[in-house]
Design a protein around this ligand. Structure first.
Ligand code: AMP
Length: 249
């Protein structure tokens, strides 16, 4: 079974986000970029399926600028066998990404396609769902456990207040939640080997998909600065401040 994994290049989660002076967008100048954490979990799960002998090949795919090849090389170092880069400098919205991934699913015919539940830059949480709809495939979103059983896939979904086990007929789409696994770190020899693994580069036009944005980003604002805390001298003073200043009692 072939597993296709979608990985997105985003600002590293440790970086404090800066907004451009004109508020037109987030400032990406000299900012450390990384693989979206939920995509790391997706790659890890695919590689584990290969290690278990369930998957035969793991293919990583990204849509983004040339620099996004860094994240594909990371996926290759973590154990993916080959990569597909769909190169565009446009801000690709979820629907365009899902259409491009659907072309990938059509061409590659994976038994399983794994995405993150959410990209931490735009927090859309919709690409996997759109891909499932466009490809006409069943979806198991927010997965905290997956197990392949012949032609079916058992997925434990994390839902509000509990877990929801579902069974999908393969081929299927899965989106990863935080507790699915703990991704490994790439080892130096694997990083070196990854440089020689195959990477196919295409454009959205090669796949007949229009990427031009249909949503206009109007403004980006930083969250309000938090005021520093203070130390109070006594419980009485704390209660007084909670009552009379914060007015929460
Ligand atoms: P989103 O719906 O944007 O929150 O993203 C959910 C998941 O869709 C991500 O974790 C990725 O697996 C996939 N995805 C979103 N954008 C891209 C992209 N540009 N390239 C590859 N995969 C993507």
């Amino acid at each position: 079974m072939k597993v296709l994994v979608a990985v997105k290049r985003v600002i590293d989660y440790n970086v404090k986000i800066r907004v451009k002076a004109d508020h037109s967008d987030v400032d990406l100048t000299n900012v450390k970029m990384a693989m979206n954490p939920f995509c790391e979990i997706a790659v890890e799960e695919a590689v584990r399926l290969k290690e278990k002998g369930v998957a035969t090949e793991v293919v990583a795919v990204t849509i983004g600028p040339k620099a996004a090849q860094e994240q594909l090389r990371t996926a290759l170092a973590l154990g993916a066998d080959r990569a597909i880069h769909i190169e565009t400098d446009e801000r690709a919205e979820s629907l365009a990404v899902a259409k491009l991934l659907a072309k990938g699913v059509e061409e590659e015919q994976p038994g399983l396609t794994i995405l993150g539940k959410q990209a931490i830059d735009t927090d859309n949480n919709q690409t996997g769902q759109m891909l499932a709809a466009l490809s006409g495939l069943p979806q198991g979103t927010f997965a905290s456990e997956v197990a392949v059983d012949g032609d079916t896939l058992q997925v434990t979904r994390e839902i509000d207040g509990g877990l929801q086990p579902v069974e999908l007929t393969l081929p299927a789409i899965v989106t990863t939640d935080l507790r699915l696994n703990e991704p490994r770190y790439a080892k130096l020899p694997d990083i070196m080997k990854a440089k020689k693994k195959p990477m196919d580069v295409k454009t959205p036009a090669d796949l007949g998909v229009e990427v031009a944005s249909k949503v206009t980003l109007l403004k980006v604002e930083s969250p309000a600065e938090r005021k520093g805390g203070i130390k109070v001298g006594s419980v009485d003073e704390l209660v007084d401040k909670l009552k009379n200043e914060a007015k929460v009692l």
